[in-house]
Ligand binder design. Structure first.
Ligand SMILES: C[S@@+](CC[C@H](N)C(=O)[O-])C[C@H]1O[C@@H](n2cnc3c(N)ncnc32)[C@H](O)[C@@H]1O
Length: 225
């Protein structure tokens, strides 16, 4: 049976099994958080900024999903990655613990969540956390952008326009759960898809309630201007 078909994962007999499996995957992720950061980063925090900033709630990306997507990205000395909407900082925790050579920054709108990322990472060299709005930073200092669906479609479109207008060099966008807004970049000048796939069942567990697509894009500003 194709586990990526809706017939499978919306089947009422299969659904409870997927939920249970996701809970097991979350428990495993929390154990890994505690090893790296000394605390769990797993609790979902709803956002108070949906109406004002189009923000989504804070949910940490599963480690198995990170492994899958980051295995397809290469980093070299001098690269710098920013997680746009870093939540409690699991992406940075994963990258640091796997020896990533890039400098790592997270920006997070919700101070309640940003304070968690700041507190576990404060003494770790190579990680910086900014509590603020991703629209207010200088994008040109970064080579890699990570996003796990931080904003609604309308806000994402404004973000992309701002990004395009302020970059002077090629960048990589690593976009997790991009099924809704990612298609906007498919035919857009300057953007190229380097990799795209779905994650659902990994390391013996379902890691999401339904398959999630991710894409890795390259943006070359000169091709746009
Ligand atoms: C789905 S969570 C992803 C958390 C983290 N990147 C991860 O993958 O584990 C999205 C986060 O983006 C944040 N966010 C949304 N809009 C933002 C903005 N304009 N500036 C900074 N953070 C933002 C939300 O507050 C939320 O914590």
């Amino acid at each position: 049976m194709n586990i990526l078909s809706e017939k499978f994962y919306f089947n009422p007999f299969v659904r409870p099994f997927i939920r249970l499996s996701c809970n097991l995957a979350r428990a495993r992720d929390s154990r890994r958080d505690r090893k790296i950061c000394g605390r769990s980063l797993g609790r979902f925090v709803p956002t108070p900024y949906e109406d004002r900033y189009g923000a989504t709630g804070s949910q940490s990306v599963p480690y198995a999903g990170l492994e899958e997507i980051m295995n397809r990205v290469s980093f070299k000395e001098g690269d710098s990655l920013i997680d746009i909407g870093c939540g409690k900082g699991r992406v940075l925790a994963y990258l640091k613990s796997s020896g990533c050579k890039a400098s790592l920054t997270g920006i997070e709108l919700n101070p309640e969540v940003a304070s968690v990322a700041s507190s576990w990472s404060k003494d770790i060299p190579g990680i910086s956390i900014i509590c603020g709005n991703a629209f207010d930073i200088d994008f040109d200092q970064y080579t890699h952008f990570f996003m796990y669906r931080p904003m609604d479609l309308f806000t994402f479109l404004s973000f992309i326009k701002k990004l395009e207008g302020s970059l002077s060099h090629p960048v990589t966008l690593i976009y997790y759960a991009d099924i809704e807004s990612g298609s906007y970049l498919e035919e857009r000048e300057g953007w190229k898809i380097l990799a795209r796939d779905k994650v659902f069942f990994k390391n013996g567990c379902f890691i999401h309630l339904e398959p999630q697509r991710y894409s890795i894009y390259e943006f070359v500003p000169s091709a746009k201007q």
